[in-house]
Write a protein that binds this ligand. Structure first.
Ligand SMILES: Nc1ncnc2c1ncn2[C@@H]1O[C@H](COP(=O)(O)OP(=O)(O)OP(=O)(O)O)[C@@H](O)[C@H]1O
Ligand SMILES: [Mg+2]
Length: 215
C-alpha cells in the first residue's frame, strides 16, 4: 500500500501477508505510523490496496461493486475504534442496532439481540442513555455490542483501550475477548499495550503480526 506524498509516494505495508483464521484472536503491534490502521482499513475493505488482494471467506473483495461490498461488510466485519464513534443523538440501544438498520433489518428479533448484547457487556440499565451520559468505558462497551450486532465473522479493533484509563481498559478488553469468543467471531486487536496484546494472544491466537516500518 502506498500513499502520495508531494511528488513521491510513501510506501506502507510492503509484502504483508496476514491471514485471520476463523474463530481465533490475534494482536497487532508496531510503532506509530507503521501501518496498523491502514491494515485494518484494508481488511475491512474501507481502503483498496494498490497491489495485492483481500479475501473474505475466500472471496476477493476487489471484484465486488460498492453496494455489494458495503452489504457484505455489514455482515462480515465488526469494527471497534479508539474514539468509539457512537452516534451522539442515539441512545445505547439504538447505537447497537445501527448495523442492522444499515442492512434494512430492524424488527423485534434485532431489538431483542441488541438488548441481549447490551446486557452481555454489562449495560442493561443504560440502554436508554445517550453517549454523553455514559462514561468512556461504557461507550466502548456499547461499541463492542454494536460491532457484534450483525454476527460478524471478524471483529477489527483499532486501539480499543487507547482513550481509557488502565483499569477501564482492562474491563473493556475482558468484555471484547469474552463476547467475541462466545459469538465465535475472530478478533484482531491493534494495541500498544503489551498486557492486552498478550491477553489477546492467550485467548486463542495463532500468529502475532509484527509489522515493520517499511519506508
Ligand atoms: N490517506 C492517507 N494519505 C496519505 N498518507 C496516509 C494516509 N493514511 C495513512 N497514511 C500514512 O501511512 C502511514 C501509516 O499510517 P497508519 O495510520 O496506518 O499508522 P498506524 O500504525 O496506525 O499509526 P498509529 O499507531 O499512530 O495509529 C503513515 O505514515 C501515515 O502518514
Ligand atoms: Mg493507527
Amino acid at each position: 500500500m502506498s500513499y502520495p506524498s508531494g511528488d513521491r509516494r510513501i510506501s506502507v505495508l510492503e509484502g504483508v501477508d496476514c491471514t485471520v483464521h476463523a474463530g481465533t484472536s490475534l494482536s497487532i503491534r508496531g510503532e506509530s505510523g507503521c501501518g496498523k490502521t491502514t491494515l485494518l482499513n484494508l481488511l475491512a475493505g474501507l481502503e483498496t490496496p494498490d497491489s495485492g488482494a483481500v479475501f473474505w471467506d475466500g472471496t476477493p473483495i476487489g471484484g465486488l461493486g460498492r453496494s455489494e461490498l458495503a452489504r457484505r461488510r455489514g455482515t462480515f466485519i465488526g469494527l471497534v475504534f479508539q474514539s468509539f464513534y457512537l452516534i451522539p443523538e442515539l441512545n445505547a440501544a439504538d447505537n447497537v442496532l445501527m448495523p442492522a438498520r444499515i442492512l434494512g433489518k430492524i424488527g423485534s428479533a434485532q431489538r431483542q439481540r441488541a438488548a441481549e448484547l447490551l446486557a452481555r457487556v454489562g449495560l442493561a440499565d443504560r440502554a436508554h442513555h445517550v453517549p454523553a451520559h455514559l462514561s468512556g468505558g461504557e461507550r466502548q462497551r456499547v461499541a463492542v455490542a454494536r460491532a457484534l450486532m450483525n454476527r460478524p465473522r471478524v471483529v477489527l479493533a483499532d486501539e480499543p483501550t487507547g482513550n481509557l484509563d488502565e483499569a477501564t481498559g482492562e474491563g473493556v478488553m475482558s468484555v471484547l475477548l469474552e463476547v467475541c469468543a462466545e459469538q465465535q467471531a475472530s478478533l484482531v486487536v491493534v494495541t500498544h499495550n503489551a498486557v492486552h496484546a498478550a491477553r489477546t494472544a492467550e485467548a486463542g491466537f495463532l500468529s502475532r503480526q509484527h509489522l515493520r516500518r517499511d519506508r
